[in-house]
Design a protein around this ligand. Structure first.
Ligand SMILES: NC(=O)c1ccc[n+]([C@@H]2O[C@H](COP(=O)([O-])OP(=O)(O)OC[C@H]3O[C@@H](n4cnc5c(N)ncnc54)[C@H](OP(=O)(O)O)[C@@H]3O)[C@@H](O)[C@H]2O)c1
Length: 253
C-alpha cells in the first residue's frame, strides 16, 4: 500500500502538508502523527477516511517500535515522508534550561533521524522525503543557538542523505523557510534572555511555503528555500564570513 507519512501533523506546516496532499491519488492513505490525538482526529474529520491518525511522542523511543510495526503490518511503501515535527525555544545556551535545550535536540535531531531510519526499508524508487530545516540552518545564531544548531544538523544530514539514497531513486528535500505563520512562536515562548529575538519579519504564509516545498520535492531538488528574502540570507551566509553574518543578526533579530 502506498502511503504518505507526515510527522507534526497536528499544527502548522505538518498539517498544511496533509491538507495539500489529501486530494492526491498518489497515496492510498496518509498517516499523520503528533502527540495531540484530538487534532489528528479533527484532521480526519476534515479530510476523510484516507487520514490515519497515529498519536505518538517522538521523544519516546518506544514510538518508533509502534511505527515500525504499523509499517510492517501494512506492507507499506512510503511514497512521501515529511518530518515536520519540531520546536524552538529562544535564549542563549547559558540561559536556556537543560530541559529545553535537550528537548530541541531530542525532537529536532533524534526524533527526525529515528523517523527517517524507521521508514528507510519502506522507501522505494520514486519516494520523496521532505525534512524541516530552517533559514537558521545556514549560519550560527547567538541567542537561538541550540535551535539553529539542530537545523544545521538537519540540512547537512538531509543533503548527504539525498546523495546516499540517489542510487535507490529516492530524493531528500530539506525545506529551509524563514519565519512562517504557525504555532511555532507560541511554543518558543518568551525567554528570560533580554537578547532573544523579537523581530519575526517577514512572516511567510504557511500555504505558500508548503506548496513550494512540494513542488521542489517533485523536481527532486535537495533543498527548498521559499521566498526572496530567505534566498538572499542564504546567499549572504555563503559569501560573507560568519563572524560578520552573526554581527548583522545581532542587529536585526
Ligand atoms: N514557523 C517557523 O517560523 C519555522 C521556520 C523554520 C522552520 N520551522 C520548523 O518547522 C517545523 C514545524 O514547525 P511549525 O512552524 O509547523 O510549528 P508548530 O505549528 O508548532 O507545529 C509543530 C508540530 O510538531 C509536533 N511536535 C512537537 N514536538 C513533538 C513531539 N515530541 N512528538 C511528536 N510531535 C511533536 C507538534 O505536535 P504536538 O504538539 O501535537 O505533538 C506540531 O504538530 C519545526 O521543525 C520548526 O522548527 C518553523
Amino acid at each position: 500500500m502506498k502511503i504518505a507519512l507526515v510527522t507534526g501533523a497536528s499544527a502548522g506546516m505538518g498539517r498544511e502538508f496533509v491538507r495539500q496532499i489529501a486530494g492526491s491519488a498518489e497515496y492510498e492513505q496518509i498517516w499523520v502523527t503528533a502527540r495531540r490525538a484530538d487534532r489528528l482526529e479533527a484532521l480526519k474529520s476534515e479530510l476523510g477516511e484516507k487520514i490515519v491518525p497515529i498519536p505518538l511522542d517522538l521523544c519516546d523511543k518506544a514510538s518508533f517500535d509502534t511505527l515500525a510495526e504499523k509499517l510492517k503490518g501494512a506492507s507499506a511503501t512510503v511514497a512521501l515522508l515529511v518530518t515536520a515535527a519540531g520546536l524552538g525555544k529562544y535564549g542563549s545556551f547559558p540561559i536556556l534550561s537543560e530541559e529545553n535545550a535537550e528537548l530541541m535536540v531530542n525532537t529536532n535531531v533524534l526524533g527526525m533521524m529515528r523517523t527517517v531510519r524507521v521508514c528507510l526499508p519502506y522507501l522505494q524508487s520514486g519516494s520523496r522525503v521532505i525534512l524541516l530545516g530552517s533559514q537558521s540552518s545556514f549560519q550560527p545564531l547567538p541567542h537561538f543557538n541550540i535551535y539553529a544548531s539542530t537545523k544545521a544538523f538537519t540540512l547537512h544530514f538531509g543533503r548527504a542523505l539525498h546523495r546516499e539514497l540517489r542510487p535507490k531513486g529516492v530524493t531528500v528535500t530539506t525545506l529551509c523557510p524563514g519565519y512562517v505563520d504557525t504555532e511555532f512562536f507560541e511554543v518558543a515562548a518568551k525567554s528570560e534572555d533580554p537578547e532573544a529575538c523579537t523581530n519575526f519579519s517577514p512572516l511567510y504564509p504557511v500555504d505558500f511555503v508548503v506548496r513550494k516545498a512540494l513542488a521542489d520535492a517533485r523536481r527532486g531538488k535537495d533543498m527548498s528555500v521559499p521566498g526572496a528574502n530567505v534566498k538572499m540570507m542564504r546567499l549572504l551566509a555563503k559569501l560573507l564570513p560568519h563572524s560578520l553574518v552573526m554581527k548583522v543578526w545581532m542587529k536585526i533579530k
